[in-house]
Design a protein around this ligand. Structure first.
Ligand code: NAI
Length: 264
């Protein structure tokens, strides 16, 4: 690619992904509300608000690919979620349409299915069961991406990220961990594949006893190589297991299922 845009570039996921993606494009444009530090030679920073349509059009113009990590990444109040994750998404797709439909990797979340019991194994067709307004906003993003593909051919890899961090720091994360290496290889496949279409993937490594089946990964030619297993002894020594019968023990979304709905 000549120009790759990464939104949410000051965030946690971008900070672990960026070093792994440097060869993907000649020019990598990093965008966020917050300043991004320690830029490489090929990276540049553009401060822009996802909720600002004009700014998004300027940012995306001339791009060949977009990794969309920006927005509210936790449960929050509706005004913030609406600006970053609802208005932000429509602005992103509007800008992509004007820019000639660069492929989009969209960071969704497993909180779209947070009310599913941990005893259920889900695939890409599982019914939506969002566990809060954050999860609802990701359901909106997935639906918008699907609609844009059906109507206009805009291709998107929806990645329902589990927990993308360098290491594992809870019992839950033993199931949900998505190593930065695996996320980076998924992104590479999404941009390299002859056909991407609209595709829903679970962003998860090859963890033991996971909750998700990646039924749309195989024909993309992607499979994870990491596993949380190497953290098992450390997690057992440092962290308490969830209380039996608690949401963290029973539901895929864990404590997110208990958060107040901040509708105004
Ligand atoms: P983060 O909160 O560290 O980064 C998100 C970035 O988006 C922040 O730097 C923030 O300044 C920026 N942002 C927020 N509102 C904005 C706006 N209106 N305009 C421009 N930029 C805005 O989140 P993190 O952990 O890096 O997550 C990245 C993406 O992955 C998010 O979309 C999140 O929902 C998703 N995700 C992450 C998971 C994880 O394991 N970290 C798990 C599931 C999903």
């Amino acid at each position: 690619m000549k120009k790759l845009v990464i939104t949410g570039a000051a965030g946690r996921v971008a900070s672990v992904l960026r070093p792994l993606l440097q060869d993907l494009a000649e020019q990598i444009v990093l965008s966020d509300l917050r300043e991004v530090e320690n830029l490489s030679d090929k990276e540049s920073f553009v401060r822009s608000d996802l909720a600002d349509r004009g700014a998004m059009r300027d940012l995306i113009a001339g791009s060949d690919g977009i990794i969309h990590l920006g927005g509210i990444a936790n449960e929050g109040d509706w005004q913030s979620i609406r600006a970053g994750n609802i208005d932000g998404l429509i602005n992103l797709y509007d800008a992509a349409a004007l820019a000639g439909q660069p492929r989009i990797v969209f960071a969704s979340s497993y909180h779209v299915v947070g009310f599913a019991p941990q005893s259920e194994t889900l695939d890409s067709k599982a019914p939506m069961r969002p566990d809060g307004l954050y999860g609802v906003s990701k359901v909106f993003g997935e639906a918008l991406a699907s609609m844009y593909f059906d109507k206009t051919g805009q291709e998107t890899a929806v990645v329902r990220i589990g927990s993308c961090f360098s290491d594992v720091h809870s019992h839950r994360m033993m199931k949900t961990w998505f190593s930065p290496t695996d996320f980076a290889s998924l992104i590479r496949r999404a941009f390299a594949a002859d056909t991407l279409g609209y595709r829903v993937l679970y962003g998860v490594s090859d963890n033991k006893d996971g909750w998700w089946i990646n039924d749309q990964a195989e024909d993309l030619g992607w499979s994870p190589v990491d596993s949380s297993e190497r953290f098992r002894a450390d997690v057992a020594a440092r962290f308490s297991p969830p209380e039996p019968g608690s949401p963290d023990d029973l539901l895929q979304g864990g404590v997110f299922t208990t958060f107040e709905i901040k509708s105004n």
